[in-house]
Design a protein around this ligand. Structure first.
Ligand SMILES: Nc1ncnc2c1ncn2[C@@H]1O[C@H](COP(=O)(O)OP(=O)(O)OP(=O)(O)O)[C@@H](O)[C@H]1O
Ligand SMILES: [Mg+2]
Length: 249
């Protein structure tokens, strides 16, 4: 039986009366890329914010590498990396200085931060642009820097919140390659997207969220098999079948 690296139990979060996350449970195996899918407002980012200890849960709990997000947030923070949905970059700084800054925030000393920054820039294929100002970068390059920053501190689990939103297919493919490379190195990844085909391609298992709840969870192949021939059915079709709505509504 594979080791479960992240275990989520019945998480809830309301904003005023509105239930943004309404009883979410799932687990992710070590080394797995797990997709959290769903339309705008489904509760994906709120779930990630709770799991990454940025936002307190109303109830429920989760453990990451055996550490509780409620009781042991410090230990959790040491083993996770977060690539936020909204780019978190200093436009006026170089790629390298951004990386070093976030490395220092993750607790690295200057030498460690510089060394890891160069390693991670190389991993993203951006070592040539290390000294370039982020303001001059394309959208795809900024996304890759955002991802490289999440790797500072050598996390064991990565939260990738819509890492390919708003970029062209070529940059997207580049990011897919980067993510698969991270998995090969043993990283466990929680990946959110509302591009269903992306999850189909990258994720071993996916959970589809809607209205703050997980409405189904399985391998993309099994989900598609439930409604037809997996070669012909898309994950979009699965969502439509389950909710009666198109994802793009
Ligand atoms: N700080 C907040 N205060 C009030 N409402 C919030 C807050 N954060 C999120 N919400 C609401 O909770 C719901 C879930 O938001 P969330 O950002 O988790 O969705 P999402 O699945 O990440 O959507 P998207 O695909 O657009 O990123 C939305 O209706 C959102 O408006
Ligand atoms: Mg979101």
């Amino acid at each position: 039986m594979a080791e479960e690296f992240l275990v989520v139990k019945d998480l809830h979060k309301s904003f005023n009366e509105f239930k943004a996350v309404n009883g979410v449970s799932f687990s992710i195996e070590k080394g797995e890329i797990f997709g959290l899918l769903g339309p705008n407002g489904a509760g994906k980012t709120t779930t990630i914010r709770m799991l990454s200890t940025v936002l307190g849960a109303d109830s429920g709990d989760a453990t990451i590498g055996g550490h509780s997000i409620r009781r042991d947030a410090e230990a959790v923070r040491r083993i996770i990396g977060v690539c936020p949905q909204d780019l978190a970059l200093y436009e006026d700084l170089s790629a390298l200085d951004n990386m070093v800054f976030f490395g220092r925030m993750a607790g690295l000393n200057g030498d460690e931060a510089r060394a890891q920054a160069m390693t991670n820039l190389e991993l993203m294929g951006l070592e040539d642009r290390a000294r370039g100002k982020v303001a001059k970068f394309s959208g795809g390059m900024k996304r890759r820097i955002n991802l490289a920053i999440a790797l500072m501190g050598n996390p064991q689990l990565l939260f990738l919140d819509e890492p390919t939103v708003g970029i062209d297919p070529q940059s997207r493919n580049h990011i897919y390659e980067n993510i698969l490379g991270l998995q090969k190195k043993g990283m466990t990844i929680l990946y959110t997207t509302h591009y269903m085909e992306e999850a189909d391609r990258l994720c071993q298992r996916v959970a589809i969220m809607d209205g703050g709840q997980i409405i189904t969870l399985d391998t993309p192949y099994k989900l598609k098999s439930q409604i037809g021939s997996p070669e012909q059915v898309t994950m979009e079709d699965v969502f439509l079948k389950l909710t009666g709505r198109s994802l793009r509504d």
